[in-house]
Ligand binder design. Sequence first.
Ligand SMILES: [Fe+2]
Length: 303
Amino acid sequence: MSALVAEVGLTTTEAPFVEAAQACGQLFIHQPYELYSAENQDAWRKLCGRMLPRWERYANSHFLDGIQALCLDPQRIPRLDDINRFLSPLTGFQAKAVSGYIPSFLFFDCLRNRAFPTTITIRRSDKLDYLPEPDIFHDIAGHVPMHTDKHFAETLVRFGECAHTAVEQVAGIRDEAERVRCVSSIMRAMARFFWFTIEFGLMQSKDGLRVYGSGLLSSYGEIEHAIEARQVQRYPIQLEWAINQGFEIDHYQPLLFWVESFDHLFSLVDRLEKWMREGKLNHVAPGAPSINEQDLRSFLHQV
Ligand SMILES: [Fe+2]
């Protein structure tokens, strides 16, 4: 290990170890724990320290149980092996280290196999707020505690299976342009559903609305804004609305949807798949998110 690597650490967009893996096309990697710098550990401590009171106040109870079940240490960046020792016996899920972006079919297929692609880098300690790319705080502190919940875990697996249904659905379309158009529409519907539930979902509780979406659970500013701000529109989820609703990623969300429970969420994924089979997702509203070439190819290569 060179002095330079030790100093730079595993910081988002500044990690030579991760860049080297990306350069040779290696998607799945290990977590070289010794490379985390003192500054990286400091970022984790600051992120957890300021977030804990907000989780207590705004997170749903399944998430808080998950934090306990994983024995997540607010003082040190977690080792994925330690997380998995606690997580795996509960739901079969495992956090799996990745070098960065995973093409969407592969990402969904990982969920189907109870593997969660997990970023190992962490944001800079002097830039704790907005970060366009995921980091280990978003993935481990935002997503993985939810994976300790059986109903939520089954919902994710079911959602992962939908990617295979999408491939089956378009496999019979002979005309290539039409096949691309259909699969793009289905992918857009899936991305919107994922966004408005897994990333930014709210859940009803006896104390009012609580957060279960990981984008909110890992954002110090937005978790409070999502529950408290008067200008946020919060509606009971309607599947037909969510799959036709565009979103933008670079500011606080003006529109959020709530579910009653994870059983309710599971039933929505079931319906999503049913609609997919009936062709109802072949023509969802255009708009964000746009489907990038790499994601599109990841689906079409399965056909
Ligand atoms: Fe996420």
